[in-house]
Design a protein around this ligand. Structure first.
Ligand code: NAG
Ligand code: NAG
Ligand code: NAG
Ligand code: NAG
Ligand code: NAG
Length: 490
């Protein structure tokens, strides 16, 4: 049975296609092709890369990742209900059948992990409501995370910054007793997964210095007997769908929620430097590749929220405000300017969040691109659009140049140009400092542009508007009204 496809892209790692096979829960569901923004940030090895290759190489990786994601989105949207993907058949298996899988066992790593888990457990027992600041004490990946301040709005959790505005992370508690996991917030996918106690690296090592969930650490953990499997490039991620308690912020506690737990992870997930312990998807129910109620759908069913709303205040590391916040079921009135709020219909049928653009202006002038729309993706760092559009935009930006060697546009680092997206009749400017991504090596004063070319011929009017744009607004999605709201942040 052809099933769901996922594309995983890794900044600083080769990008490869991912095949994800969902559990055989429903019989006729259109194939899905989505992506999860798992990225590595500046690990020590990558810092070396940054030093030796420079910002251009880092930019190229962002672009590459964004392009893959963009392409996946467009293909996904277009394939829905029309063609079936030739999925890898025979990958759907019950858990038991997977028992023959061999993993080289790294006893020492396992012991270290076990000790850590015990420490985590005892922390959790003594203080299940432990403050955010003690999450993951002493992990190597701590250096990758800029912690957000605690939030006073009851439906919210602080949203930390991964690396240099690469991804956004929130603490979510799992199990009994509750244990904190740091999950990547992804508006471009719809499922939750975390690492499992039995997790082994597919390269023979451990699954790194992460949190793990399983029967030893959670008394409410229940196997559902359904496996969950992804294969990508040189490695794979596999695991089970399980039921357990999931708690977000202080109010939203679900019992017997169904989500994924990994048994095998490739290096791109398992390395110590990766700060995330899993992913929390915020796209619509129709994108659920686990084909179970999404977290937000389950919260509504449980009567914990009235409407399936996700709201994001995505912060900019360089601002030093650490005011990132994710909210469910509401918008936090302290995080946006009410008079600036506009709400528009979601124009995406597949389950992504996509808004029509009235126009794109540069320094107030309409670039006259026509009918364009933006997929709002918290998991993409840059702003990705097809070449013709990217060229047109940059031709309007004073001092922008096309760099033949990197095949990318550059802008003056001190640019004051305002690029604005007009949505619902209101112009939302991208701050010039978000446009100038990073300095080009050996060319002082020249920066790579954060608006990068990507895409496939099938989808010339869809853009992928990642954090380059989202850092400039408060974003709120409503799955019940199928609307997207944007406002100026505070
Ligand atoms: C779980 O606990 C059992 C019994 O103490 C032990 O044999 C097993 O190795 C533990 N599993 C993990 C993954 O720690
Ligand atoms: C898991 O939870 C679902 C509801 O969320 C329930 O229908 C199912 O029976 C549960 N399965 C197990 C094994 O507990
Ligand atoms: C604009 O694009 C949408 C799809 O994104 C399409 O349905 C509509 O017909 C287009 N309108 C024009 C005027 O091209
Ligand atoms: C850039 O490359 C194009 C062809 O790919 C060439 O026509 C153009 O002259 C080059 N520009 C510079 C400044 O080297
Ligand atoms: C930007 O920097 C250049 C030198 O690199 C300078 O000539 C120019 O005046 C500056 N522009 C602004 C707007 O500061």
């Amino acid at each position: 049975m052809p099933q769901l496809f996922v594309m995983l892209s890794f900044l600083f790692a080769s990008v490869s296609d991912v095949y994800s096979v969902s559990p055989p829960r429903t019989t006729t569901k259109p194939p899905q092709f989505i992506s999860i923004p798992l990225v590595k940030s500046h690990t020590s090895r990558d810092l070396h890369l940054l030093k030796t290759l420079g910002a251009a190489a880092v930019h190229a990786r962002h672009v590459s990742r964004g392009r893959r994601r963009w392409q996946a989105f467009v293909t996904r949207s277009q394939s829905l209900g029309t063609t079936e993907y030739p999925g890898p058949t025979g990958m759907l298996q019950k858990s038991g059948e997977r028992a023959t899988w061999k993993h080289r066992h790294n006893a020492r790593a396992s012991q270290i992990r076990k000790n850590k888990q015990e420490k985590v457990d005892s922390d959790a027992v003594s203080n299940p409501e432990a403050p955010q600041s003690d999450t993951n004490p002493g992990r190597p990946s701590d250096a990758e995370v800029t912690k957000a301040h605690t939030t006073s709005f009851p439906y919210s959790a602080p949203m930390d910054i991964e690396g240099e505005d690469i991804g956004y992370l929130a603490s979510v508690c799992f199990g009994t007793p509750l244990q904190k996991f740091l999950l990547l917030l992804d508006s471009g996918s719809a499922d939750i997964w975390v690492g499992g106690e039995q997790c082994k690296g597919d390269f023979g090592g451990s699954c790194g210095d992460h949190r793990f969930l399983g029967p030893n650490s959670s008394s409410s953990y229940r196997e559902t007997g359904t496996s969950w499997y992804m294969n990508y490039g040189s490695g794979s991620v596999s695991g089970d769908l399980v039921n357990d308690t999931v708690k977000f912020a202080d109010f939203a506690e679900l019992h017997d929620h169904t989500f994924g737990v990994t048994k095998t992870e490739s290096r791109q997930f398992a390395e110590d430097e990766i700060p995330l312990d899993g992913v929390l998807g915020c796209a619509k129910q129709s994108l659920s590749m686990q084909q179970t109620p999404t977290f937000i759908t389950a919260l509504k069913t449980a009567g914990l929220i009235a409407k399936r709303i996700w709201s994001f205040k995505i912060s900019r590391k360089s601002d030093g405000k650490n005011d990132g916040e994710v909210t469910v079921g509401a918008m936090d009135p302290s995080k946006f300017v009410p008079l600036s709020l506009v709400c528009v219909p979601n124009v995406n049928d597949a389950g992504f969040w996509e808004a029509k653009l009235d126009e794109l202006t540069v320094n107030g002038q309409d670039v006259k691109l026509g009918n364009r729309s933006c997929i709002f993706d918290t998991g993409t760092s840059l702003f990705i659009a097809p070449k013709l559009d990217v060229d047109a935009i940059h031709k309007s930006i004073p001092g922008a140049k096309f760099d033949n060697s990197s095949k990318a546009w550059t802008v003056p680092c001190n640019t004051t140009t305002s690029v604005e997206l007009v949505i619902g009749g209101r112009a939302f400017p991208i701050q010039p400092k978000d446009l100038a991504f990073g300095p080009v090596d050996n060319t002082p004063g020249t920066c790579m542009s954060a608006i990068a070319e990507g895409g496939v011929s099938e989808g010339p009017t869809h853009w992928l508007c990642g954090d380059t744009f989202l850092k400039n607004v408060y974003l709120s999605t409503n799955e019940d009204t199928n609307q997207i709201c944007v406002a100026f942040g505070t």
